[in-house]
Design a protein around this ligand. Structure first.
Ligand code: COA
Length: 326
């Protein structure tokens, strides 16, 4: 028997305010159009946090749903990992803020800085913590308030992102050690700091100074995304002796519908087996995969026994994939 780390509950939270492309353009006086944004990205709407609403508020809300769907009390949680690029403050970690909001007083909590890949990194770290006996019941949360770090004068980036949070509750379960087991089969993390400047936050709470706003060379990021995501998905499948025919669902990071469609084609998956939220959520960075998981789990699309591939790329560059059986 081997220890597997199972995804026992999923949760999501979206702020109340939802803006269409036209509403966003009117609000910020942007020279753009609904047609341009939809054609290039697939985005139609995004949610925007209310004034004073923080990453920890949203992350705690998503975590509460994950806990209640798993039937787990907050007191049982012994580790909280939060992937975010928009923490409440540099410290205390947003994870520790969420720990307090959930009323958890034992164990430990920390943040993970891997931009849009943060949730995959979080799964990988949680998998290791549980399998090495350092924790038994772990919340992995992605929560982002990108509306606070966007340059509203840069139409090439400000139309692409949205706010939101997603969470999963992970626990240990004995498995037979085959790919038929429930739980995380494997996680694969990569980074290459040589490409740090093509997608980064200029200053902010960091030590380099600057306005704390997002900068991106979109075309270059796009090029890396298509090749690196395809490679890491292959890596995950071949590490488990599986092929694309074994995949039931692709739950990709939601940055751009064109990248998502390219990945669906690569896996030979029909469109209705790819979970898409980018049209309604835009890019919620580290929150996008757990938000998509929560939606597809809630509406019954992802069910027991389904093999799910998750993949993401983001600032760093960082990228990765995780394979899980529900
Ligand atoms: N509305 C209208 N026009 C816009 C615009 C907007 N919101 N943003 C940019 N443009 C213009 C540009 O100014 C440019 O005009 P020009 O040709 O007159 O100079 C033109 O549209 C093309 O811009 P470009 O940046 O080359 O567009 P693109 O086809 O590369 O699409 C992205 C831009 C951002 C949608 C695309 O590069 C992308 O999705 N990249 C990956 C982003 C990503 O995945 N990031 C997150 C990873 S976590």
């Amino acid at each position: 028997m081997v220890l597997r780390v199972t995804i026992d509950g999923c949760g999501g939270y979206l702020p109340e305010l939802r803006l269409s492309n036209d509403e966003l353009a009117a609000l910020h006086g942007l020279e753009t159009s609904d047609a341009w944004i939809r054609e290039r990205t697939g985005i139609r709407y995004r949610h925007v946090a209310a004034s004073g609403e923080t990453a920890s508020d949203m992350g705690a809300a998503a975590a509460r749903e994950a806990l209640s769907r798993a039937g787990v009390e907050p007191a049982e949680v012994d580790a909280i990992l939060v992937a975010t690029s928009t923490p409440d403050s540099a410290f205390p970690a947003t994870a520790v803020r969420i720990q307090a909001k959930l009323g958890v007083t034992k164990g430990f909590a920390f943040d993970i800085a891997a931009a849009c890949t943060g949730f995959i990194y979080g799964l990988a770290v949680a998998d290791s913590l549980i399998r090495t006996g350092q924790a038994r019941c772990v919340l992995v949360i992605g929560t982002e308030v990108y509306s606070r770090i966007l340059d509203w004068a840069d139409r090439g980036t400000c139309v692409l992102f949205g706010d939101g949070a997603g969470a999963v509750l992970l626990r240990a379960e004995e498995g037979a050690g085959t790919t038929a087991d429930r739980g995380l089969l494997s996680c694969h993390m990569h980074s290459d700091g040589r490409f740090g400047d093509i997608l980064h936050i200029e200053g902010g709470a960091g030590s380099t100074g600057g306005p704390g706003l997002l900068r991106m060379a979109g075309k270059e990021v796009f090029r890396h995304a298509v090749t690196k995501l395809a490679a890491v998905v292959d890596e995950a499948l071949s590490a488990n002796g599986l092929g694309h025919e074994d995949v039931r669902w692709l739950v990709p990071h939601q940055a751009n519908l064109r990248i998502i469609n390219a990945m669906g084609k690569k896996l030979h998956l029909p469109e209705d087996r790819v979970v898409v939220t980018v049209d309604r959520h835009a890019n919620t960075s580290a929150a996008s995969i757990p938000l998509a998981l929560a939606e597809a789990h809630r509406d019954g699309r992802i069910g027991a026994g389904d093999l799910v591939v998750m993949e993401a790329i983001g600032g760093g560059l960082t990228w990765g994939a995780a394979l899980a059986r529900f």
